[in-house]
Design a protein around this ligand. Sequence first.
Ligand SMILES: Nc1ncnc2c1ncn2[C@@H]1O[C@H](COP(=O)(O)OP(=O)(O)OP(=O)(O)O)[C@@H](O)[C@H]1O
Ligand SMILES: [Mg+2]
Length: 283
Amino acid sequence: MGPAHGDPEVSEMTDQNTAPLVELRGAGKSYGTVRALHGVDLAVHAGRVTCVLGDNGAGKSTLIKIISGLHRHTEGEFLVDGEPVRFDSPRDALAKGIAAVYQDLATIPLMPVWRNFFLGSELTKGPWPLRRLDIARMKETADRELRGMGIALDDLEQPIGTLSGGQRQCVAIARAVHFGARVLILDEPTAALGVKQSGVVLKYIAAARDRGLGVIFITHNPHHAYMVGDNFSVLRLGTLELSAARGDITLEDLTNHMAGGAELATLKHELAQVRGVDTAELP
Ligand SMILES: Nc1ncnc2c1ncn2[C@@H]1O[C@H](COP(=O)(O)OP(=O)(O)OP(=O)(O)O)[C@@H](O)[C@H]1O
Ligand SMILES: [Mg+2]
């Protein structure tokens, strides 16, 4: 387990003494007349996993688009290292060490793993105009970084398209760590994965946290969130419905908030009227 899960006194001290890497204060975003996000407070600390949960349309993607520089907030404040910022593009966010790994990973399936690892930031050697790719160094570095995160691949020459979805997420996480990310945003990295692969991705989320990154983990799944999360923010219809530290909430509470306890009760009642649907086991 990471440091954050062990000693509550230590984690409280770090919270008080260091500004969050990323902080939103009353932040919001309107697309024209659509108010997608409103009055959101969020703090992301180094060595912590902040989980953002919420149903479809709750505003999760809007939230991370603000932090990753794709969209600008239209209300409230956005601070990095305690300083207000306004990003014009994801490049500005990257320059501050904020990297986002999206679900549709920007990889080239037929290229080898090591090549994808350095995509857009290739290492070269030799003087201009004889500069060429430093293949040996790229392979060696990719291998070291992947191993450093505990990711064991048999062969870095294999096309990245032959890796499982979970493995590809892991390569993307290792890549972000290597290129100096301090804040790692993961948009539903486990959504399309089975139980075992999800476990693998959760393991690397914990590894990134243990390396001192602040991780923002977006998910629909309260179980996945609870396995690695230090803080939980639940969005509903664009506002924060719940914001809690791990010690202040049980998995059951979190699941109830996610499911919308009252809505679920109504749904159960309605389903009970339908023949052939067994509602006995529903919560
Ligand atoms: N570019 C846009 N223009 C107009 N409305 C938008 C835009 N992007 C999102 N919205 C609206 O903002 C609200 C929040 O959307 P958002 O994509 O942030 O939700 P989400 O929590 O990521 O949902 P999902 O789980 O389905 O990915 C929705 O009502 C959506 O229709
Ligand atoms: Mg989304």
